[in-house]
Design a protein around this ligand. Structure first.
Ligand code: HEM
Length: 249
């Protein structure tokens, strides 16, 4: 009985005796290489940080910081990789050509590398100023808020991309994928522009946010009713997921 059930699970992708896709088989090697590179980068940053860092005197507790250059340098990687993943998604959503399908296969690895670089960038961002100092500034808080949003969002997008792959572009689903990815591209753009404003180089994007009523130099407030709407929205999504799963089973 168990054997016949197991046989039903055999597909061309998973023939007998092979339990992992080639992607999964390569995953440990990719993870080890990426971790090694991350550690190497952190080591280099720490080694150079001693002289380049900002000397910070905090009453009561000793503190240290790394020069902003490491964060600024690293930030280009998640920005570049996530925007590239968005470009591939955009092409795939509007085309079924072989070229677009080939690009589709690269989406989740590119997004995953972006997410990995995003975690390192986030960590380096935290080392520039003491938490109490950066959170004194509304612009600083807004940058952290958007960075947290962006990182969480692309982490979920990476998992979705890995888990559902080509199914994300089947039928009407591709337009949902397009909307989700466009939100991802928007939040990384805002995170980057707020970072630029923090460093003293505001872009036109920062200015254009004021046209939609958000002054990024002031504390971001969300009305309490909006939080309730968010909470309800999350519950509805979970319920839809559970119902959909039951229906398919
Ligand atoms: C995914 C996460 C993040 C991304 C993509 C990101 C991106 C950026 C970018 C693009 C800049 C502007 C660089 C430039 O001037 O050329 C920047 C600046 C900055 N970021 Fe972030 N950031 C992230 C997370 C954080 C976090 C978590 C913090 C602090 C808790 C932080 C603190 C800063 C500060 C203080 C600056 C100004 C540095 C300076 O020029 O003095 N960032 N960030």
């Amino acid at each position: 009985m168990i054997r016949s059930q197991a046989n039903r699970l055999l597909t061309p992708e998973f023939p007998k005796g092979r339990f992992m896709t080639p992607d999964l088989q390569r995953a440990p090697r990719i993870a080890i290489t990426a971790t090694f590179l991350g550690l190497l980068g952190t080591g280099v940053a720490l080694a150079h940080g001693a002289d380049g860092g900002v000397a910070v005197a905090v009453e009561g507790a000793p503190s240290w910081s790394l020069s902003p250059v490491y964060h600024i340098l690293m930030a280009h990687f998640p920005v570049g990789l996530w925007v590239t993943a968005y470009l591939f998604i955009l092409i795939r959503c509007f085309s079924d050509a072989e070229f677009a399908v080939r690009l589709q296969r690269a989406i989740w690895p590119v997004a995953a590398l972006g997410t990995l670089a995003g975690f390192v960038t986030y960590g380096l961002g935290l080392t520039i100023y003491p938490w109490s100092a950066i959170t004194e500034s509304p612009l600083g808080r807004n940058h952290i808020m958007l960075a947290t949003w962006t990182l969480s969002y692309w982490t979920v997008m990476t998992v979705l991309g890995y888990r559902f792959r080509r199914h994300l572009f089947e039928g009407a689903q591709r337009w949902i994928t397009l909307v989700l990815a466009t939100i991802g591209a928007a939040v990384i753009t805002i995170t980057g522009t707020l970072g630029g404003s923090l460093g003293g180089t505001p872009s036109l994007v920062t200015k254009s946010l004021s046209w939609i009523g958000w002054n990024v130099y002031e504390t971001f407030y969300l009305p309490t009713w909006m939080l309730v709407v968010f909470g309800l929205g999350a519950l509805v999504l979970v319920a839809l997921g559970v119902m959909g799963r039951r229906k398919r089973a």
